[in-house]
Ligand binder design. Structure first.
Ligand code: COA
Length: 173
């Protein structure tokens, strides 16, 4: 079970089955999806599957006035490993909200979810996402290349992986 929690500017609550419309709306913005699908929206049936498999490790985020801000996640990927993810509405970009939420999730992974490692990946060219990872104290691990069926602009530069171990997190606190 995951719990709701707050940061100075965000309220986060666990995603639920009836949040499909919010995900469809978020993913309908081509700018939001640029480094994920090349801009293509997420079809509703796929959003339904995504929501179903995100329950228990993804939170929806809202600004203090109730405005939907996007989502943050800590997907279990292996025993004691969690993959950090985030996606915000364009109106929220450039205000430090991604960094604020992501940092809180990293802390939660180590204090409440028994993680020994938090990692994340993004397209090499997704500078904003890489900066969020760096602001969370994560360290660049590798660049890798995946054969996507439909390559998107920038995919020729591959993807990058970052990580933060519990020991590094404890040391840097
Ligand atoms: C990635 C994302 C969450 C970042 O959100 P954000 O609100 O801009 O993040 P922050 O305000 O916390 O800023 C993080 C850093 O990115 C930088 N940044 C933001 N947009 C940028 C851009 N277009 N180009 C370069 N740097 C950018 C900011 O300057 C900041 O770095 P700084 O503190 O060194 O100046 C947001 O752009 C997003 O939701 N994108 C779509 C989904 C996505 O790509 N998710 C990640 C997939 S792995």
């Amino acid at each position: 079970m995951i719990e709701p929690f707050e940061t100075p500017r965000l309220r986060l609550r666990p995603i639920a089955g009836d949040d499909v419309d919010r995900l469809v709306e978020l993913d309908a913005d081509p700018a939001v999806m640029q480094f994920i699908t090349g801009g293509a929206p997420t079809p509703r049936d796929e959003a339904e599957r995504i929501v179903a498999r995100s329950i228990g490790h993804r939170w929806l985020a809202f600004e203090r006035d109730g405005t939907f801000a996007g989502w943050f996640g800590l997907r279990p990927s292996a025993a004691h490993d969690r993959e950090l993810g985030y996606r915000l509405t364009r109106a929220c970009w450039g205000r430090g909200l991604a960094t604020e939420g992501a940092r809180a999730l990293v802390d939660l992974a180590f204090t409440g979810l028994d993680a020994s490692r938090v990692w994340a990946q993004t397209m090499t060219v997704n500078t904003a996402s890489r900066r969020v990872m760096e602001h969370c104290g994560m360290r660049y691990v590798r660049t890798f290349f995946t054969d996507w069926p439909e390559p998107i602009s920038g995919s020729e530069e591959g993807d990058v992986e970052y990580e933060l171990t519990r020991a590094e997190w404890s040391r840097d606190r």
